[in-house]
Design a protein around this ligand. Structure first.
Ligand code: NAD
Length: 498
């Protein structure tokens, strides 16, 4: 069987005391095993990173940016291979796997402009003969801990900005689809990144804990489920680190009576079922406003969902492929049962779905619930599967309150033709990323990604200027160049510029 190991800047035979199975979700078989690293391995990786980082930070930002340019070209050249590898472990269809890589590359494009964004601030004459300037300096060594659902994009969100700003970076990818991060690290080396600046350490909780406790790692970026995000945030901050930890989601799509329903159905099909619903910006809750909207939407939605094609991830016609593991498939089916037990109307049941020739694949058919209510556990929690829940609201205010009061606050979308309603909604909704007639409002790379409430712990977002802030420290210099001789008495009061 194929072994997947770390990508380290020192000789290592790849052997480990523990391994985790990596599945082929299309067939339900084990296709490889990944080595799970331990504290001793991390210690060695950190030592190498410490030795390499000062020289990398001293490389001028323009030259660091050139590595980003070269890396982007290499990823584009290897796009097909990367997308197939990603799809074979994750289960998302090839076109979607390319999107995963492309969205990561857009962060690399942002990083190509790093010399511009690293320019500090300067005030000439802040006081008599005094100038003040600031500079952004790297943290030193940063680490990223990433989820299974975007094995290219999320590692690139973090590693791109961390490296471009002069840090050494340790990536701990999901043990469920660990191959693409290793390939990305190889391509970074090929692009000219010095050894030791990006290393991939494979592992599970043991490695995560080692990262959180390591005194020489100054910043940790995490993306995954909320309970673990909160744990990572608390433990990392207690150890004195800078931590950003993005968590789960339950995004709502509000459909106003004036919305273009055909467009909404198109948008919802992709946003609720694309990637088998395994996206933190998926739209698993739809909220039609008013009885008439609910009935009309339901009538159009049912045939659209029934027409969805579920297939193996290499099927170019498939709308979505299998979910990532048998355990996750079971979890999704358990949530469907919970919804039924709690009294929601199961309109389309995706359980028991099998694909001829792939009977052991981890497939879940598209599922639709209507009459879901806010007291149901199946509404309150994230399902992370191809399950769409309809929650009916009588008014704009009632609809606005649903995502605003939900424990998660990652993304939300409003479908309407009414500019006033849209403006009100965007201003008042208690959620971090808002789409107006845009079902998956993932901000572009030079803006910034992050939710609110239990969807994110910490105070800086991913990529854009927020990412630059996270991976750098500000140093502010107040300088004076006296023209010689002592200038009067010592000052025993706080200096002012007045
Ligand atoms: P997960 O929380 O199971 O795993 C995320 C990472 O944490 C992995 O690297 C894993 O190895 C590690 N981990 C797992 N258990 C751990 C433990 N007990 N202690 C320490 N570390 C542990 O998440 P997942 O299933 O890989 O990804 C799906 C989740 O990620 C969903 O909840 C989804 O909404 C969320 N997500 C959020 C965002 C966002 O930006 N808000 C983006 C993508 C995914």
């Amino acid at each position: 069987m194929r072994d997947i190991s770390h990508k380290l800047a020192f000789a290592h035979d790849g052997a480990a005391a523990r391994y985790s199975d990596v599945f082929d979700p299309n067939n339900g078989t084990v296709q490889a095993r990944v080595a799970l690293g331990d504290r001793a391995l991390l210690d060695r990786a950190v030592e190498v990173a410490k030795a390499a980082q000062p020289a990398w930070a001293a490389v001028n930002p323009q030259r660091r940016a050139r590595v980003m340019f070269a890396f982007k070209a290499l990823v584009e050249k290897n796009m097909d291979e990367l997308a197939h590898l990603l799809s074979s472990e994750h289960g998302k269809v090839i076109a979607d796997a390319k999107g995963d890589i492309q969205r990561g590359l857009e962060v690399i494009e942002f990083c190509c402009g790093i010399p511009h964004v690293l320019k500090g601030e300067y005030t000439q004459g802040a006081g008599p003969g005094i100038d003040v300037y600031s500079m952004r300096q790297p943290i030193g060594i940063g680490a990223g801990i990433t989820p299974f659902n975007f094995p290219a994009m999320i590692p690139l969100w973090m590693s791109g900005v961390a490296i471009a700003t002069g840090n050494a970076f340790l990536l701990k990818p999901s043990e469920r689809d660990p191959s693409v991060p290793v390939r990305l690290a190889e391509l970074f080396l090929e692009a000219g990144l010095p050894e030791g600046i990006l290393q991939v350490v494979q592992g599970d909780k043991e490695m995560v804990d080692a990262i959180l406790d390591h005194p020489d790692i100054g910043a940790v970026s995490f993306v995954g489920s909320s309970d673990i995000a909160h744990y990572v945030y608390s433990r990392g901050v207690a150890a004195g680190k800078r931590v950003q930890a993005m968590g789960g989601a339950k995004n709502h799509g509000i459909v106003m009576p004036d919305a273009d329903l055909d467009q909404v159905v198109n948008d919802l099909s992709g946003a609720a079922f694309g990637s088998a619903g395994e996206r933190c910006m998926a739209l698993p809750v739809v909220v039609p406003v008013g009885e008439k909207t609910a009935l009309a939407l339901r009538e159009k939605l049912i045939p659209a969902i029934e027409a969805l094609r579920v297939g193996v991830s290499t099927d170019a016609e498939a709308h979505y492929g299998p979910v990532v593991t048998a355990a996750h498939k079971q979890k999704i089916e358990n949530w469907i049962q919970t919804g039924v037990d709690e009294g929601a109307e199961l309109v389309i049941d995706g359980r028991g779905f099998t694909l001829q020739g792939h009977e052991n694949g981890f497939f879940v058919g598209p599922t639709l619930f209507d009459h879901v209510t806010t007291d149901m556990q199946a509404y309150k929690e994230e399902i992370f599967g191809p399950v769409l829940q309809m929650v009916r609201a009588d008014s704009f205010e009632e609809a606005l309150a649903l995502p605003s009061r939900h424990q998660y606050g990652n993304g939300v979308a409003l479908f309407t033709r009414n500019g006033h309603a849209a403006r009100e909604f965007a201003a008042r909704v208690n959620v971090g990323m808002v789409g107006i007639n845009v079902p998956i409002p993932v901000p572009v790379a030079y803006h910034t990604f992050g939710g609110w409430k239990r969807s994110a712990f910490g105070d800086t977002n991913q990529h854009g200027m927020e990412g630059v802030k996270f991976w750098t420290k500000v140093k502010t210099v107040t300088q004076r160049w006296p023209d010689g001789g002592a200038s009067g008495d010592s000052a025993f009061v706080i200096p002012t510029m007045g």
